[in-house]
Write a protein that binds this ligand. Sequence first.
Ligand SMILES: Cc1cc2nc3c(=O)[nH]c(=O)nc-3n(C[C@H](O)[C@H](O)[C@H](O)COP(=O)(O)OP(=O)(O)OC[C@H]3O[C@@H](n4cnc5c(N)ncnc54)[C@H](O)[C@@H]3O)c2cc1C
Length: 372
Amino acid sequence: MVQGFDALVVGGGLTGIAVACGLLERGLDTAVLDEGDVAFRASRGTFGLVWLSGKGDGMPHYVDWTRLSTELWPEFAAHLQELTGVDTEYAKCGGLYYCLGDTHFAERMGVLERINAVAEGPGVIYEVWDRPQLLKQMPMVGPDVTAAIYCADDGDCNPLRLLHALHKAFKMRGGVYLQNRKVTALGSQGARTVVTAGQEKFQCDRLVLAAGLGNIQIGALIGLTVPMAPSRGQILVSQRVAPVLPMLSHVIRQTSEGSIMFGDSFEDVGFDATVTPNVIGDIARNAVRTYPFLKSVRIVRAWGCLRPMPHDRYPIYDAIPDLPNAFIVNSHSGVTLAAVHVNALAAKIADGDLGPDLACYRMGRFDVQKIA
Ligand SMILES: Cc1cc2nc3c(=O)[nH]c(=O)nc-3n(C[C@H](O)[C@H](O)[C@H](O)COP(=O)(O)OP(=O)(O)OC[C@H]3O[C@@H](n4cnc5c(N)ncnc54)[C@H](O)[C@@H]3O)c2cc1C
């Protein structure tokens, strides 16, 4: 028997479930097909930043897109909590980017100035804090921290609670979540897309491939090369300690339970999610340089996790050739962009047209230009 839906989303990570919630909100009868525990799942090993500053160097629209998401986040989080009772612990608390020396500072300022030079909207609004100013706010920083760049738009959330809240909202609104359904074939019948998962077949009027790294394999089923690769990040988690960090940085945050999380390596090691002592050592050393008190805090956990990383680090939003009303969605900032994925992106997919403003995220941007 073939099951039919208005919309099918492949992948139940943060990206897929956010888009699925948005499609449901727009009145589409929506199902999510999700591979389950054996798949690589970035959304279960992520850090939790809802972060704007530094995003969009070389892609002006991405600054506005990320800003839109950070602006939508407060209402998005409140709405999710009202509906599901799950607090995502979202806080727009402002974020610090620590600079360890003058060269580091100059590099970061270069990034922010390039972004703002071409930004269409307000760009990144930031303050430079010299060391005396920083010490007033964060007296625990180490002597190697020479300055910090503060952005009031940055914040964080508990990403596992976010994932849980979105899944709960999806089911409460009548969405159909089908686990252990690995998509194994794609095709079409008239104006509808046909999706095969093992022995089962599904038909839909809208298809969204949001399977993270799984999109590489699914793309290959239809001859589509998805321009992305895994990027490993390793994270360390400390024992719980009394509140000690009133502000978060782009690589160190204290959770509501008291643990301090740090890390954020970007490693090009293929499909290998293991934890490696050399990288963990580097992360720990940098963290202690930033906050020397961490030397006496016990680490209780570490993990490695693979980001679904488009080759230029910007999202992929595109229509899939030869399949009716089918779209591909990948992003390596699925926490930050969750609010805009539920709202603006889902609205465009529901309309069946991503529109000109998202054209910069099409896969064609990676095509090699032919020399005449
Ligand atoms: C260490 C680390 C730190 C990060 N920190 C941040 C951060 O601070 N802020 C931020 O915004 N982002 C951060 N990210 C990125 C963010 O976690 C990802 O962008 C996001 O989780 C991607 O979600 P996804 O749904 O696209 O992919 P995934 O979470 O990987 O989900 C993909 C889903 O697709 C399913 N699937 C795969 N293949 C198939 C198939 N054939 N059929 C059916 N289902 C399939 C899988 O089961 C899985 O559930 C971080 C990532 C990592 C690894």
